[in-house]
Design a protein around this ligand. Structure first.
Ligand code: UDP
Length: 240
């Protein structure tokens, strides 16, 4: 199934993607590569919102597993997403793309708070808006943050750029016979607990009829290919 031409999308990158081939943290070369792919997408006239995870630095669940208070650990995870947002902002501005970071945890010295109407103006002016700190509350993830911002910014689709090339009916790393869906219904994803995004994010997209396009961002040039309706990807949507 081919994708319609989008006017405005939200691109969600997991923090892992920013590690490049490193085991941890931020690979600035890889972030620069990502930035140029985003610039190319934006130069086609697309309005771009961005949400970046924090898993390359800190995940609340991992902290909680080691005995930390879960909420405290989650706030640390949210702070990690702000660092990633600033790294991406810096890479984008280096190649002449205007951006604004809006954080769900207020941090006036480094970025703006989330103000939807201001974000609208930024997009109208051709800026990329990077939404940081997820939804701003513990026990959530940046997937939920991405779904929330995609809904409130009325994005045509949520593109999830990750390290796998779509949604499979089983874990492709463990089962060589696992099959990739071309399209799949939100309810199938939820009922079968398919690993796309967490359930609250999928449900929010379902309720607002926002298609989720899952693709590998690790392949060079893939964002442009997917936006052109090519490349390997899975579309999670309401099936007719
Ligand atoms: N987080 C949170 N609330 C949010 C978004 C993120 O508590 O709304 C925390 C949570 O601990 C999470 C971490 O920030 O593990 C990093 O985000 P996430 O795991 O979504 O990053 P990704 O897996 O996309 O790299």
């Amino acid at each position: 199934m081919s994708l319609p031409k989008f006017k405005r999308i939200l691109l969600k990158l997991s923090g892992e993607v920013l590690m490049g081939n490193q085991p941890f943290g931020i690979d600035t070369d890889f972030v620069a590569e990502m930035a140029s792919e985003m610039k190319a997408a934006k130069d086609t006239g697309l309005e771009l919102c961005l949400v970046i995870g924090g898993g390359n630095i800190f995940r609340g669940m991992a902290g909680a597993a080691k005995g930390m208070d879960r909420a405290q650990a989650d706030y640390m995870g949210m702070l990690a997403t702000i660092m990633n947002a600033l790294a991406m902002q810096s890479a984008l501005e280096k190649i002449g793309v205007e951006t604004r970071v809006q954080s769900a945890i207020q941090m006036d010295e480094v970025c703006e708070p989330v103000i939807r109407r201001r974000a609208e103006r930024h997009l109208e002016k051709g800026r990329i808006v990077i939404f940081a700190a997820g939804v701003g509350s513990p026990y959530f993830t940046t997937d939920s943050g991405a779904a929330l911002r995609a809904a409130e910014m009325k994005c045509d689709a949520l593109l999830k750029g990750t390290s796998v090339d779509g949604v499979y009916d089983d874990d492709p790393k463990k089962n060589a016979a696992a099959k990739r869906y071309v399209t799949v219904d939100y309810d199938t994803v939820l009922a079968n607990n398919l690993k796309v995004m967490d359930a609250s994010a999928v449900a929010l997209c379902r309720d607002n009829e926002i298609p989720i396009v899952v693709f590998s961002i690790r392949e060079h040039g893939n964002l442009a290919r997917v936006l052109a309706g090519e490349g390997t990807h899975t579309i999670v949507q309401k099936e007719a």
